[in-house]
Design a protein. Sequence first.
Length: 841
Amino acid sequence: MASALQAGPGLQAMAAVTTDVLLPCFTGVLKRPVAPSHAHGRRNGDITPSHQRSITSSPLQDGMGSRERLNSASRYALRASVLPAGSSTLPIANPLLSQPFASAARVGLGLSASQFSTSSTSCSSRFFSTTSSQCLRGARSPLHVPTPVATPLAARFGLLRSSPSTTQARSFWNGLRTNHLARLEQTANNNPTSASSQNAFYSALLRANMPQILIERYRSGRFATNHNTDALYVSALKATGEFNPGAVHGENAVGGSVANNSGLTTEQLHSVGQAVAARQAGGQVAMSGRHPNGTGAKQAPLYVVVEESIGTTVFKWTKFFVIFAFIAYFLLIVLNVLMDTTGILKTARGNQANEAQPQQQKVRFSDVHGCDEAKDELQEVVEFLTNPERFSSLGGKLPKGVLLVGPPGTGKTLLARAVAGEAGVPFFYMSGSEFDEVYVGVGAKRVRDLFSQARNKAPAIIFIDELDAIGAKRNERDAAYVKQTLNQLLTELDGFSQTEGVIILAATNYPQLLDKALTRPGRFDRKVEVGLPDVRGRLEILNHHMKDVAVGTDVDAAIIARGTPGFSGADLENLVNQAAIHASRNKKTRVGPKDFDWAKDKILMGAEARSRVMREKDKLATAYHEAGHALVAYYSRAATPLYKITIVPRGMSLGATHFLPEMDVVSKNYTEYLADIDVSMGGRAAEELIYGEEKVSSGISADLRMATNTAFNLVTQLGYSKKLGSMDFMSNYENLSSETKQEIENECRRLLEEGRERAKSILTSRRKELELLTKALVEYETLTKEEMEAVLRGEKLKKLEDDASEGPPPPSEIVLPEALSAAADKMRPNGIPASRNSRHA
């Protein structure tokens, strides 16, 4: 068709006629107000945009029908019907194409709405595009389309419409080229929030005599506006004859101008634009109906309700709470560090629980027993605090720190409290674990605060329990903040002067773990050993704790002290307390010897598990096993004296045989070590003798472990091997050669085999006693040494459950050491001689 338009003067004349006649006619139709419609009964100005959007066209029966329908519809509805809803090209709104449409409508062309309109109830805003590759010279020159594409609308009117890939060149009446207008449009579309870009494009549209494109783009609400764009919009309204001064509200006529067809002000357009943006984000938009005539002004606001979707709401609140929690946590950390560093809380709510509080102690040295040597050393500290001039006059200096070393429960803390009580000075106590926390620098700060408070209360005593928690050896791989607390403690100890009257005491169970810089002279330069009490110390401790307990007259504290070697002061206190609880449970008025025996057995062997179900053969095998231990110990002269035998399960063991020395043992000889190996192998020897080597039970595992450890120590530490000689192999055992290690293993194996043979020899010769003792254990379950001796003599024993009602059996005298007997008689309040009941030994 392009060739047809360019061929010959006839077609050029037809194009000129179309431009001169049809174009002005169609433009006049669009500018003239449409006559009222009887079907709707309202003026054009009364038709709201929502009503105009809902107008759809139906097929026209003839030319006259199409004219009536065109006259009854507003120009807004006509454009919505004629132009496709998705059309966004500049030539569609160009007067060069819109005027022939109006002329065709005037002459009554029969058109069907379905042929050139969409059945949409709203006219979406267009994104106009203008491309240019050729120019049409002259206002009256014919239209040149290089590659025409026919559409139903173009075919009806005899017009051509280019495809998206087709470019067209057009020269406007004012000489503005289309490619420049296209560039401005592209810039405006790429920057919808830039009012200056929209202003440039609107100005170009006015210069190109395209006010309709400006109006429709402005009313879309998608592009930014300002006073300049509003003024250009009013100019476009005036150019099209749509400007209505009566619709202007407010003092600013430009900013508040209203188009007759839309009825929306600039403020309303902004509100609707926000609502449309919310709609695109997933929300729902609704217009409030309580003010139907709202224009967006202050007197008549436009109510826009944005209803967000559930997903958007959940995401918004989740984001809010996450951000709030992060900020709150960060502020809390900062606030806590600031308050802890500056000490604001000290004045607001007093001292914290983890800060040392000065205490006045009521404990005296008379309340501390079993550590006389430690009390003598600490007496010097008391004298320094009470009479410092006595030492300074002669030039002597007391140590700055005293370190108390010993096993748990020996009374280290009690000694420190007794020192403060004797001196009558404030006592500051803190544990080593109370200094450090999760925050860096808190430990060093608390050390400074502790010593500062002690100096303010001088003379005073600072006691740090479990010093190894903060004074352990430093490692070069440790972080710097790990060593801050120890470094601060070292600094405070060096900063002391002897005239300050502040003494620091510390206690630890592991002195070998302390840093050497902490124990050097000038800091903790005095070490006081607080060991386990001996038999005399245990007697003193028992008498001290029995003062507040209703003890029977038949209870001998000296015998209990002899039967509790290795007990600390805390263990003895627990022994007295457990005995009192057992007597109260049995509804006794006094705590008797059996209650103390029960408490001692519970501490030594564990609680009885009488509810555990055992087969008869397992019970019998356990009885043979324990009887083997007991008989080997009883007939071995160098073995530790027997205390009690039981086949009642206690803890993880099915039975136990316990031994107690007559006095505290400080050393052992080679024969006694061999006797220990023989006793450990006695259980295995008894099972082999009764059941055979193939049926020995797994209960011998603990016995083998004890015997192996004893033999290994004899060979590697004590030098009792004739083959290897008197040499210490333990300290350098990892570096020994494989041949030497093999020799050590051979010697240990030899000692164990010899012990097993000796135990088996004793039991073979005492087979009758083994059977008697096993039968008694199965019947009575628990036997003391005296009861075992009666069984071996063939005597009949009373059942143990009748012992409580019938009283203890006749005691057999034992000879206590003279020193222990004299101490017991001296500490007995009424001078009653000690009972010789051997059953409690």
